[in-house]
Design a protein around this ligand. Structure first.
Ligand code: ZN
Length: 407
């Protein structure tokens, strides 16, 4: 989509702070570049791109502007594959996070807080999966131009859904894909089952034939599809329909997990979001008994993650962050380590794996020449203890611009 001239000028100023000046050299005590660790690393940045990655004093170009982050561990900017960045609660006394009504423009303005907290967690790219009134498209444009401080946003617009028990209509579902794409969606999101907040029963709502019609229509237009399913039947149907990623899921059978490994279907299990709902149950006013159901779902969700790791299913970090969860985006990685991943394998779910899912594997998820200049500095060593990442992010660069500096 061409940007108006005025916006292009802003983009150039924000995204290429050094375009007119010297290159920028950022030094880390240790850098994990997406596949290996480099001691005393020097990342040379030209405008919004990484030009080179080297080691030691000799790797700093003459005349470069230097940022010394040698007290920290460097990582590629992280990717959160599942957010709801337009879900905002203004904390008015007597209100709950859900159900507040306001003008879409006001929501976009208030959602700057979610965008900022996401960046402060080290996340420089999000795939946002369900928003109305073009609010996600607005935030995509504002964060791209630099008018709003936030991550790069890949946006789906409103998810496609069906009522349980409705007469299946694959053609109508395919038509909804066209509507979304014509409105500007980067991805197609499908709510294939019930499930969300304190509801975890997972009853399937979109049929296998409807899922297939949606996937075929989207793929014909070169667009990928994420299908939400809390229950196992919806996951099985989504995988066989050709979904590019499956969101949530528990009690997933081994045949389906093997099929995901074979096809390369990415699983975004969003284990941590139910931990958040338990922590925030009073804020939401969930009924008594909700906590028991949420804890039970977490255990079944996590058991499936353990089997998926053993069977080689590619997985991505999705926080499913809503409302007051922003800032906790990376805590999903703690569950992945608990389920058997090494910290480096967990970091791959927030870098190289989602970059490939997004079709951005030559642009995002690594610190390498030609890649977007997205970098994170963490106090401590998340390669040794993944939880260093949850509280240790001190500095974040996106597209060559420093957007967080808490040193
Ligand atoms: Zn979600």
């Amino acid at each position: 989509m061409p940007l108006p001239a005025a916006v292009v000028v802003t983009l150039a100023l924000v995204a290429s702070p050094s375009a007119q000046g010297p290159v920028h050299a950022v030094r880390f005590g240790s850098l994990w570049d997406g596949s290996r660790s480099v001691r005393d690393a020097v990342v040379v940045i030209d405008g919004d791109r990484i030009r080179a990655v080297g080691q030691g004093d000799t790797a700093v170009p003459a005349g470069a502007r230097v940022t010394d982050l040698r007290a920290y561990t460097g990582l590629p900017g992280l990717i959160d594959a599942h957010t709801h960045i337009t879900y905002i609660w203004d904390r008015t006394p007597g209100t709950r996070p859900r159900g507040q009504r306001r003008l879409p423009a006001v929501t976009v303005f208030l959602a700057q807080e979610n965008a900022r907290k996401t960046l402060e967690a080290g996340v420089t790219t999000v795939r946002d999966l369900n928003a109305g009134n073009d609010m996600d498209f607005a935030m995509r444009e504002l964060t791209r131009s630099g008018a709003m401080i936030g991550p790069r946003i890949i946006a789906s617009g409103p998810g496609i859904s069906a009522r349980a028990g409705a007469t299946p209509d694959p053609a109508a579902m395919a038509a909804q894909v066209e509507t979304r794409l014509n409105a500007g969606a980067d991805w197609i999101k499908v709510f294939g089952s019930r499930g969300g907040f304190d509801v975890v029963d997972g009853a399937q709502t979109v049929t296998a034939d409807e899922m297939k019609a949606i996937v075929d229509a989207a793929h014909a237009r070169g667009t990928k599809v994420a299908i939400h399913s809390y229950g196992p039947s919806g996951v099985a149907d989504a995988v066989r329909a050709g979904a590019d990623s499956v969101e949530h899921g528990a009690d997933v059978d081994d045949d389906t997990l093997r099929e995901m490994a074979r096809r390369g279907t990415v699983w975004v299990p969003t284990v941590d979001h139910n931990r958040y709902y338990i922590d925030a149950k009073d804020e939401y006013g969930f009924p008594a008994g909700a906590e028991t159901a949420l804890r039970d779902y977490i255990q079944r969700n996590l058991a499936s993650v353990r089997r998926a790791i053993a069977l080689g299913v590619p997985m991505a970090m999705g926080s499913d962050a809503v409302y007051t969860m922003f800032g906790q985006n990376t805590r999903e990685l703690g569950w992945f380590v608990q389920a058997g991943m090494t910290p480096a394998q967990a970091l791959a779910t927030a870098t190289t794996i989602p970059a490939k899912l997004l079709g951005r594997e030559s642009d995002l998820g690594r610190v390498a020449p030609g890649f977007a200049a997205d970098l994170v500095a963490v106090e401590g060593d998340p390669l040794a203890r993944i939880d260093a990442l949850f509280t240790g992010v001190r500095w974040v660069m996106r597209d060559g611009g420093v957007l967080v500096d808490k040193r």
